[in-house]
Design a protein around this ligand. Structure first.
Ligand code: ADP
Length: 398
């Protein structure tokens, strides 16, 4: 099979992650990976590592905007150190109600997805910017969009439909979920023995959890946008809508401009809440654990709230799945925060979830349940880029 280098572009609200794989034959092999992080700051991060983990770049450039950030990525890809990409895969959280399948990117498709920026307001603007740049800068390579919402396309209507007036549902408002490519990659890694009743908790700066039956998504905590569901680093998660109205009325005391008020509310629920809002200290679990060790009660409350919501979702999902075979932790916290895993599982003995203290004392992939646990508890890092490469190879062959 001829060489098939595939570039993967995965943008967050203030970062662009990128990697390249050789997908010519068999399982794709990573060629390099890197990231530009801290867009909008004077002291960003730019690094590249080759397949063996050797650093090829490690800099702290000023990153005033996404254009400067993407120039660094483009420069690295065009440096001549690696084969030119034959195809490019882009991660997209949500393309709106009309773009539900992974597919070839055209300028019209980008315009259509951009119409639904409100469905992933922190992610879509930079994702569509990068798609337009990539079409322009890599004209020889087809670009494909891979959607988080693709994995959640199997959730039943009773889960996806929102209890709101029909006119808003007709505008596409419903549960789309997020982190879908991560969930897909966990199911992929569990093959060929995917448990029938599976819960995966993707606990990173953004946190979500999904119930998966027979490898297909049944329910997921994030809603229309990634703001819903679990308490996240800076996001509220699910919250009494009356709280939003209260905050909106408070904001309305300071402005009569409705767009300004809506933007101010969005900042509160997406950037100032969650672990950061409750602790008043940080959205980073490592900082919170340090503060807890020093007896900080707000940090303790923030983490307790995080743990409590996850336990409630797990309980609900076990009822929905009518049992549970396996619980998987993934994402930065799920993989690395030993205490979060222990605290979440500590309250779930009645559901047959029992963690082994010694086994749980690890970072990275492991089985951490006790021998007596009815439910297997595992830690599995996601393989999102590999999933995107697999989709690109499949779509190229169609
Ligand atoms: P993102 O959603 O931005 O991709 P990540 O999956 O990288 O986020 O997860 C970031 C979170 O993981 C942060 O809260 C960070 O504190 C936490 N984390 C990373 N490493 C550790 C660690 N060694 N111990 C505890 N928490 C960690």
């Amino acid at each position: 099979m001829p060489s098939l280098p595939v570039l993967v572009l995965n943008s967050g609200s203030s970062s662009i992650k990128f990697s390249a794989y050789e997908a010519g034959a068999g399982e794709p092999e990573k060629l390099f990976e890197g990231a530009v992080d801290g867009i909008g700051t004077d002291l960003g991060k730019f690094w590249i590592k080759d397949a063996s983990g050797r650093k090829l770049a490690d800099q702290n450039p000023a990153l005033p905007n996404r254009a400067v950030a993407f120039q660094l990525v483009e420069g690295a890809v065009h440096s001549g150190d690696f084969p030119a990409p034959a195809a490019i895969g882009h991660r997209m959280v949500c393309g709106g109600p009309t773009v539900l399948e992974n597919q070839l990117i055209t300028p019209d498709l980008i315009d259509e997805m951009e119409r639904y920026t409100a469905f992933a307001p922190l992610h879509t603007p930079i994702a569509v910017y990068i798609m337009r740049q990539a079409l322009h800068l890599f004209p020889g390579a087809p670009n494909f969009v891979c959607l988080d919402s693709y994995f959640h396309r199997t959730i039943p209507e009773v889960v996806s439909y929102m209890p709101i007036p029909e006119e808003y549902s007709a505008m596409g408002v419903r549960r789309f979920g997020a982190h879908g490519i991560s969930y897909e990659s966990i199911v992929y890694q569990l093959q060929p023995q995917v448990p029938g009743k599976l819960i995966v908790a993707h606990l990173g700066n953004g946190a979500s959890i999904s119930a998966i039956r027979g490898g297909r998504c049944l329910d997921t905590s994030m809603g229309l946008t990634p703001t819903g569901g679990l308490v996240s680093g800076t996001r509220t998660g699910d919250i009494d809508p009356g709280v939003l109205l209260f905050i909106l009325h408070k904001i309305a005391e300071t402005t009569t401009n409705a767009t300004e008020a809506a933007n101010a509310l969005e900042t509160v629920v997406s950037k100032q809440s969650g672990l950061l809002g409750v602790s008043g200290l940080s959205n980073d679990m490592r900082d919170l654990r340090e503060a807890i060790a020093q007896g900080n009660p707000k940090a303790r409350l923030a983490v307790d709230k995080f743990v409590w919501t996850i336990q409630k979702w797990i309980g609900g999902f076990v009822a929905e799945l009518d049992g549970l075979d396996m619980l998987v932790f993934t994402g930065g916290i799920g993989e690395n925060d030993i205490d979060s895993r222990a605290e979440i599982c500590a309250g779930l003995g009645a559901l047959g979830i029992e963690i082994d203290r010694e086994r749980n004392n690890v970072r990275g992939a492991a089985t951490v349940s006790a021998d007596t646990s009815r439910v297997t508890v595992r830690v599995i890092p996601p393989a999102e880029d590999l999933m995107i490469v697999n989709h690109v190879v499949r779509l190229l062959g169609e």
